[in-house]
Design a protein around this ligand. Sequence first.
Ligand code: ARG
Length: 459
Amino acid sequence: KANTMWGGRFAAGPDAIMEAINASIGFDQRMAKQDIEGSRAHAAMLAAAGIITDTDAAAIREGLLTVLSEIEGGTFEFSTALEDIHMNVESRLKDLIGEPAGRLHTARSRNDQVALDFRMWVREQTDAAISGLQALIQALLAQAEAGADWVMPGFTHLQVAQPVTWGHHMMAYVEMFGRDMSRFADARKRMNQSPLGAAALAGTSFPIDRHMTAQALGFDAPASNSLDAVADRDFALEYLAACSITAMHLSRFSEELVIWSSAQFRFVQLSDRFSTGSSIMPQKKNPDAAELIRAKIGRIMGAMVGLFTVMKGLPLTYSKDMQEDKEQVFDAADSLMLALAAMTGMVSDMNANVDALERAAATGFSTATDLADWLVRELGMPFREAHHVTGTLVAMAETKGCDLPDLSLDDMQSVHENINAGVFDVLGVHNSVASRTSYGGTAPGEVRKQIARWKEALK
Ligand code: ARG
């Protein structure tokens, strides 16, 4: 039989395959709360504008709460024949309250309805992402505070470059996740306009009050163009872009944790709570959480590319293609929140191996730059010449199989006669980091300033 919601011009119902490809209820039921909230605001507005009676509006608003409790209680029976969450809710409302249910959809279309529901869903997830990032940043700040003085190697090309502090390294991620937070906050500002009342695409002849519903639903304003209001999915794309960049950061950090927890590095020990064992090798403790977080970027960025591809050639305004906007966003949101929670747990639990960090910091001639800087400062040498002299000393140490501080003063003076014993003061890793006091540098005092700034900012 024909669909009860729009079946007037239809003699026959849809083919089973048509029903299967057309229905979105399997996934858009996740927007039930938003759908009902939007409908309740719409009904209140219709009554305030004198379009429906107060009695009908009250029955609708009350009935919708019953529907919501049925859905949340798991007793609601979703119907594929009713396509989507919007028609499932309205149909159940009709069972519950009868005729007034039919007045709810006055001056509204599923086009503005779905745009509204999805926008509110994404807005909620945007807030959740910001909270999740905040928790992760707190965990990183605690690590940074504990290890503001611990020395570790800083890398370029994954080769030891210069000594840095553990705190400085943790704070690098605080900066990254802090930018992510602000990206979500920016996206939220732009997404916070209400499409409700755009109706199908052209607006409506009923004297509706779009400002009233916008305000009731927490929006800054109604969207200004009805065509754009129903055709726009930028809010979801921006959300996914912010998710993707966050996931990229999480992935880079995970990669470091995988490397750091290896037997070759032993920089950190991950907790049992965030590791797994092997079914055959009894000694194994694997960083599975880090590996899975490292991989989540695949589906999260995939969702972004997927939605861009759905949207790219669509003419204004609504096309059914746009029903394909949701599942990937849902999946990306779930993946991101899980990854953030796992990373936060892992970071809170992890133990740095301070001795191993410091030992590694001294390898690879990591204070060679300090030596070159000393030649410039103390002997007035041009930096390029100092670079060359230091390079010669590194080659000498390499031949002797020792580190720079192990060379004798005689060795040093055989390369440049003016070098004196003062040079040994700058060859230690602690002196090295302590000297890097430029703004944003790795000196513990500088790092502590940044920690304090962030703690203040997060208050
Ligand atoms: N289920 C649809 C979606 O997710 C709702 C909008 C349907 N609108 C329409 N004109 N068929 O996009």
